[in-house]
Design a protein around this ligand. Structure first.
Ligand code: SF4
Length: 389
């Protein structure tokens, strides 16, 4: 599992990743970007013990739990009208230090729970809206047999589902797991379409073995898309990102999001400021360094969900170094998906009925300190109606 809520997030690497660390240190040295790409993502830093009590325990405070026939469904969350999330396991091949899964409780779903989930997806209550399932965790490719069972149950009980998406880092953490047996299990999803969401943060992760794994998935006709995370000292560099997104294109991996690293307890040293992220994303996207076919959307994961940074989305900064972000989510949208949804403490409704949310900014110095005097205004024009917290 990725980790336990409120506990230490254990260091976990596959033998493959350990080998890559050794190879990178021998070939490039331990101060090289190639070595740091693995070290910073997988080796525990003493900075994780420096807890800032302003940090969130979990960044996503507006989880939308689902009930069916009077019972809460474990490992299930309604994301959007169209999409529901299922977490069948919390096991990952390796532990990424920056991942919020480090604060999730351990569990694995039983077959009975999976069948109940599939029945809920096909029930009259949701079947006219629900079209898509996102399977994440943990890493679902760590439990292929359970995945096969999910496919069979959804195909049996929820014919309204058109797409299943899987979130995985197995191809960059343990690529030999992507073998013909696994590919055949994935093909059993048919007639539902399968999309594979992955997360690659540095070109060094695309080793010969990882490229073969992605190519085998691509040749099996699955759509693959990437959601990278901007990580300080790993890929907060235009050249690194140019190379990464260029390589995706040649591997048939679609660029989707470039996420600002989430605010999470003890992990501030992985986070750049949002301003730095905008500078990097802007230089990468608007300089001809990356093909227009491979440009990601620079996006924040807020307490309301994902918000892509566009003109007018950042409204102001407060004294706690939080940025006020404008969304176009409404309370009615969330209540429609789940009547028990409650507005997170960090969010409020604006005069037009849209939600705004405070988002903790990151820092650009090595000590994890912020220069909150820097104003973000020259990147965004500020709407006239300012709202103070
Ligand atoms: S990013 Fe994926 S593989 Fe890494 S710890 Fe998080 S859930 Fe596990």
């Amino acid at each position: 599992m990725a980790g336990a809520k409120n506990s230490n997030f254990a260091e976990k690497l596959t033998p493959y990743l350990q080998q890559k660390l050794v190879e990178a240190s021998e070939k490039y040295g331990i101060d090289s970007k190639e070595y740091k790409a693995f070290e910073k993502q997988y080796l525990k830093s003493s900075k994780e013990d420096e807890i800032n009590h302003e940090d969130r325990l979990r960044h996503y405070q507006s989880e939308i739990h689902v009930h069916y026939e009077g019972k809460a469904l474990r490992g299930v969350e309604r994301l959007y009208r169209r999409t529901i999330l299922l977490e069948p396991t919390m096991v990952c091949a390796a532990h990424c230090r920056w991942c919020l899964r480090g604060q999730y409780p351990q569990f694995g779903l039983t077959e009975e729970e999976i069948t109940t989930f599939a029945k809920y997806c096909g029930s009259d209550e949701v079947k006219y809206d629900l079209k898509e399932i996102l399977i994440t965790g943990g890493d679902p490719l760590m439990v292929p047999k359970r995945l096969e069972f999910i496919f069979s149950q959804v195909n049996k009980f929820a014919p309204n589902i058109e797409i299943i998406r899987i979130g995985t880092r197995v191809p960059v953490q343990d690529p030999l797991r992507v073998n013909s047996e696994l590919v055949n299990i994935l093909k059993s999803v048919d007639p539902i379409k399968l999309e594979i969401g992955t997360n690659i943060n540095h070109p060094s992760e695309l080793t010969v073995e990882a490229r073969k794994a992605y190519t085998d998935l691509y040749k099996a006709a699955f759509k693959i898309y990437d959601q990278s995370v901007l990580l300080k000292g790993v890929n907060d560099d235009v050249e690194v990102l140019n190379k990464l997104y260029d390589t995706f294109r040649y591997l048939g991996i679609e660029s989707h999001y470039l996420f600002h690293c989430i605010p999470m307890q003890g992990m501030g040293h992985h986070r750049t400021s949002v301003q730095r992220g905008i500078e990097i994303a802007s230089q990468m996207i608007n300089s001809g360094g990356v093909s227009g076919r491979a440009k990601p959307m620079f996006t924040l994961m807020t307490d309301l969900g994902k918000i892509t940074l566009l003109h007018g989305t950042i409204l102001e900064r407060n004294e706690k170094n939080e940025l006020l972000i404008q969304s176009h989510y409404t309370i009615d949208d969330f209540k429609y998906r789940n009547p028990s949804w409650e507005l997170p403490k960090s969010a409020f409704e604006d005069n037009n009925g849209f939600l705004r949310v405070w988002y903790p900014d990151g820092n650009d110095d090595d000590e994890g300190k912020s220069d909150s005097t820097k104003d973000i205004e020259h990147y965004f024009s500020i709407p006239i109606n300012r709202v103070k917290k």
